[in-house]
Design a protein. Structure first.
Length: 256
């Protein structure tokens, strides 16, 4: 069942979303050569606690892994698509790209967002991968309007990514969000005819998160049971925002 939020609930989600934005902004600035992903984790945990919020990911049980996630952030480097785990051993170097994904729960409501940042100088093709991925998210956001259907959002991501010569990860998808981190509906970054195609209505909130590979779409999960990587070793980029359907069009809750 898709849960629609009242204006008052959306205002609460806005506060969660802005906290996530502030954390990611700070971490993106800190992601330079010589910094470890554990350094980012420590700062994020402090910022979230200082704001009186709870980390959404830490302690979250995932059936596929068979255990609870142990970190505040997912930090995924280069060929890592999602769910990379912070570590003192993962030190950033020039030429890397880093996806940072985090969520918070504040006053009973969740915010969830991700961005991918370059570390030092990266190749032009890698910059294009990041740009196209972010563009696909921005184009999808414009489809989050009452009366449209979910496939309008999914298909917009798919068309932009594929037309630019990149591929879409199919095993991981976006989701609804509210008083739970993951709610209905699931939001693939491609049109999956086996899925429901609900009409968008005011009060729905969608966490849209394109995950795009420079090479093929295939992925695998490492032996740590969490880190998803591209099968061919190509780089992957990831961007995410929470977007509400309102009478005035899309409202991105996870940025000012």
């Amino acid at each position: 069942m898709i849960v629609r939020k009242t204006p008052a609930e959306l205002e609460k989600m806005r506060q969660s979303g802005l906290l996530v934005w502030n954390v990611l902004k700070k971490l993106g600035e800190m992601a330079v050569e010589g910094v470890s992903t554990l350094d980012l984790e420590i700062l994020a945990e402090k910022m979230i606690a200082d704001a009186g919020a709870k980390p959404a990911f830490k302690g979250y049980f995932v059936q596929a892994a068979g255990e609870r996630y142990r970190f505040v952030l997912c930090t995924s480097i280069n060929e890592e698509i999602v769910h990379g785990m912070p570590s003192a051993k993962r030190v950033l170097k020039s030429g890397d790209i880093l996806s940072i994904d985090t969520g918070v729960e504040l006053n009973g409501y969740y915010g969830d967002s991700a961005l991918t940042v370059p570390v030092g100088e990266v190749s032009e093709e890698t910059r294009r991968l990041m740009r196209v991925t972010e563009e696909s998210l921005e184009l999808a956001i414009q489809q989050v309007r009452a009366g449209n259907r979910l496939f309008d959002v999914c298909g917009t991501v798919e068309r932009h990514v594929v037309s630019n010569g990149f591929s879409i990860v199919r095993e991981f998808v976006g989701h609804g969000i509210g008083t739970k981190l993951h709610e209905e509906p699931q939001i693939p970054n491609y049109v999956d005819r086996k899925n429901e195609n609900p009409r968008l209505k005011e009060g729905m909130v969608l966490a849209i998160e394109p995950m795009v590979n420079a090479g093929g779409p295939e992925s695998k999960v490492r032996s740590d049971k969490w880190t998803a990587v591209t099968k061919d070793g190509s780089c992957s980029a990831h961007f995410e925002h929470c977007v509400a359907v309102t009478e005035n069009g899309p409202w991105v809750l996870t940025r000012p």
